[in-house]
Design a protein around this ligand. Structure first.
Ligand code: ZN
Length: 494
């Protein structure tokens, strides 16, 4: 089950409530009871209890009066007494306020479930007649396929709800297979696309969290290309007719407005009042990230073919928006965010290279949650909800842009992450945790290939000592610089 993290802050004293009654919660068939009540005819349900029942954790911290809830890459923020919820970077209106009662958070059932359902992988339905909330784990993110004949061959498209890691491979008998990691297929919809003019067979396999579509085509499959496309998110496979010469797809992709790869943005993580993680000997992440960023900038600047921009070159508090603005206004070709990792387990050590995509495991997810939490804290209202911004954050275009950024540069970002990984293995003396993916807010706003580097664990005594040294900081910088050169030579058109 997915993890929930709730941090709650309570200051309000609340009015009395009327008519207590429970609602049924059906989680993939199993029935549970959850506390509910009606106030001024509005149905409220205990979100605290729902979170516990679906296997989450509750973490209460009394600091203010907002309540935060992180689920995968989605973040919700509630304010007791206010109908506004912040979801990721957008503000939504539940119509009725979130309430606090006996240590629990209550939400207006109907109007909240609607927002929750839009983002959760499981399907959540509120049936007001039978007073039942259904959470269905069979929710699809591989929704449909299409197969059509084009002038120079065949085009197969597999439609997803978001970017997912996938593989395309051809097997004996003209089978083309598309295997999607974390893919949950709408099998009946996909099977309904069987087209006997083009294919002999169409099969779907669902094995745990991997979905696979296999099509046995009526033609020989020897020349084919695949590509991920956004808007809508889909995998495209072009199979060219042997008689026709087809334009190769993206054999030499270019990035940014020009064809040169010369503008590099270095983002030293944290800074100013945001210290980042802190070591046992009080080494601060913000100082490590700045030290490495400066070394890297110096190294790249010596190489006249690049222009370097630093999001900060001193100890300064920077918001997410400020960092992204610097990157986007420079039309950079690469964005590199530098961090040091932290763990409550002091023995955990090693470096990690991350690129932006849905997290695939809890460990990657928790790194993103930690790095993102700083920005979430920045956004917490400091005074009262009455002073909440009057801007309409409910802008669907922003969501689409975020989605586009996430998928647009995924291939290049992944490729660059692999280059950095390779160099780190050569240069760094500490263990490798390899390349991984997660939903980092700072990368999700930058319109360029980007990576986030966790160059070691500040919470590990040995690595804290190492991270502090100029020597180690220089070897990290050297490895990144070498990777930038590799990236340039691969992606730059002449
Ligand atoms: Zn950090």
């Amino acid at each position: 089950m997915r993890k929930f993290l709730i941090i709650a802050f309570i200051l309000s004293v609340l009015p009395s409530f009327s008519s207590a009654s429970d609602v049924k919660l059906l989680i993939s068939g199993a029935e549970e009871k959850v506390e509910a009540f009606k106030k001024n005819d509005i149905h409220y349900v205990s979100f605290s209890e729902i979170v516990e029942l679906v296997g989450g954790t509750l973490d209460w911290k009394i600091l203010g009066h907002t309540i935060e809830f992180v689920e995968d890459t989605n973040h919700f923020s509630f304010v007791i007494g206010s109908p506004y919820i912040e979801r990721n970077d957008s503000l939504f209106n539940m119509t009725y306020p979130a309430l606090y009662k006996k240590g629990k958070l209550f939400v207006p059932t109907e109007t909240f479930i609607r927002y929750w359902d839009e983002v959760i992988l499981q399907k959540v339905i509120w049936d007001s007649e039978s007073k039942t909330i259904r959470i269905n784990s069979e929710y699809f993110n591989v929704t449909d396929i299409s197969c059509s004949k084009k002038a120079n061959g065949l085009l197969i498209e597999v439609f997803l709800t978001s970017a997912l890691a996938y593989d395309v491979f051809v097997t004996e008998g003209n089978w083309i297979n598309i295997s999607i990691r974390d893919g949950i297929m709408n099998r009946s919809q996909i099977q309904s696309r069987m087209n006997s003019r083009l294919m002999y067979k169409l099969k779907t396999h669902q094995q745990n969290t991997t979905g696979q579509v296999s099509i046995r085509l009526k033609r020989k499959v020897d020349k084919w290309h695949h590509k991920f496309q956004s808007n809508p998110p889909r995998i495209q496979i072009s199979i060219s007719d042997t008689d026709f010469e087809m334009d190769p797809i993206d054999t030499h992709p270019t990035i940014g407005p020009d064809t040169k790869i010369d503008v590099i943005v270095i983002d030293a993580g944290h800074g100013g009042r945001d210290y980042g993680a802190i070591g046992q000997k009080n080494l601060r992440e913000k100082d490590v990230s700045l030290g490495i960023a400066k070394e890297l900038a110096k190294m790249i600047r010596k190489d006249k073919q690049f222009k370097v921009i630093m999001t900060r070159d001193r100890d300064k508090t920077m918001t997410l928006e400020e960092r992204a603005k610097i990157a986007n206004e420079s039309s950079c070709d690469l964005f590199i965010s530098i961090h040091a990792n932290a763990s409550p387990k002091k023995h955990v050590r090693g470096w990690n290279v991350f690129f932006l995509a849905q997290a695939r495991n809890d460990s990657a997810r928790s790194v993103a949650q930690f790095e993102n939490s700083v920005f979430l804290r920045d956004q917490a209202p400091e005074s009262t909800i009455d002073e909440a911004p009057m801007v309409d954050y409910n802008d669907p275009i922003l969501g689409i842009i975020n989605e586009m950024i996430m998928t647009e540069f995924q291939m290049e970002s992944h490729d660059f992450a692999i280059m950095v990984d390779r160099e780190f293995r050569k240069q760094l003396k500490i263990p490798s945790r390899g390349v991984d993916q997660a939903g980092f807010f700072v990368l999700n706003k930058v319109y360029a290939p980007s990576v986030l580097l966790e160059v070691g664990f500040i919470t590990n005594k040995q690595e804290e000592k190492l991270l502090k040294t100029k020597k180690y900081q220089k070897s990290v910088a050297k490895a990144v610089y070498n990777s930038i050169k590799r990236f340039k030579s691969k992606y730059e058109s002449n």
